[in-house]
Write a protein that binds this ligand. Structure first.
Ligand code: GLP
Length: 240
């Protein structure tokens, strides 16, 4: 079973996971980080601003989990923009070393394979940060995703579009498709760190950690991983 760490609040979780990342970078200056978007990982990135200060991060590499399809990369809510704004710029990372799947139409046929090849060429992900959707999705692997899936284009569920509508002017502006690392891709990372906060995530967390292994709860894939850590607050842990 995944190791479950219950902390007081999101800030404490952020500090804990940031410490882990700093230790990784100290032991391996060209560490490969698996980056996630959504609100959940933000406390980690915030804590890293302080904890990474004074460290040489010029060699650090990173791969984001997912991206919307059919959105201008310059759109403020594209995951490319979010990763630039929340991670690359404040932490002073080299933008050339931080990758986000390419959701631009012209390359979409081979974007998944290209991304898999880039991760493999980097030697794989050392530490993958994960959030979880209310329906149990990780990355954008919605219920029904194969545990063996690789980076590919997917259709977003209405639930996820509604959940993410808060980042857009209206739900009509939320893209309908995405490109996401597969569950099989995510499981190849050497360490998974799944974070969740608040009552709204409690059921998804309980199902992911203790429920049956099922494609209908993509987060349950973490049970297949030999080194998965789940960092939650009391509310998100309340159904464990
Ligand atoms: C999006 C992202 C996921 C994220 C999820 C939860 O759908 N693609 O990677 O885990 O939302 O978002 P939040 O952390 O804002 O609750």
């Amino acid at each position: 079973m995944a190791e479950v760490v219950i902390v007081e609040n999101a800030a404490a979780a952020g500090a804990l996971v940031a410490t882990e990342i700093v230790e990784l970078i100290e032991s391996r200056p060209d560490a490969v980080l698996g980056l996630a978007t959504g609100s959940t990982p933000l406390p980690v990135y915030l804590a890293l601003r302080t904890q990474l200060a004074g460290h040489d991060v010029s060699q650090v590499r990173g791969f984001a989990l997912d991206e919307y399809v059919g959105i201008d990369p310059a759109h403020p809510e594209s995951y490319r923009s979010v990763i630039t704004r929340e991670v690359v710029e404040p932490l002073g990372l080299d933008p050339q070393r931080i990758h986000v799947p390419n959701g631009a139409a012209a390359t979409i046929q081979h974007a998944g394979d290209d991304y898999e090849a880039a991760i493999a060429a980097a030697g794989g992900v050392d530490l993958q940060i994960l959030g979880i959707g209310t329906d149990g999705h990780i990355g954008f692997n919605e219920p029904g995703s194969s545990f063996a899936s690789q980076t590919r284009v997917k259709t977003l569920t209405e639930q996820t579009r509604e959940d993410n509508a808060r980042f857009f002017d209206s739900i009509d502006d939320v893209p309908r498709h995405c490109i996401t690392q597969g569950l099989g891709t995510i499981l190849k990372a050497r360490h998974l760190v799944l974070l969740a906060f608040g009552e709204g995530k409690a059921q998804a967390v309980a199902d992911a950690v203790e429920g049956p292994l099922t494609a209908f709860l993509p987060g349950s894939a973490i049970q297949l991983h030999p080194h998965a850590t789940v960092v939650v607050d009391e509310a998100a842990a309340s159904r464990l």
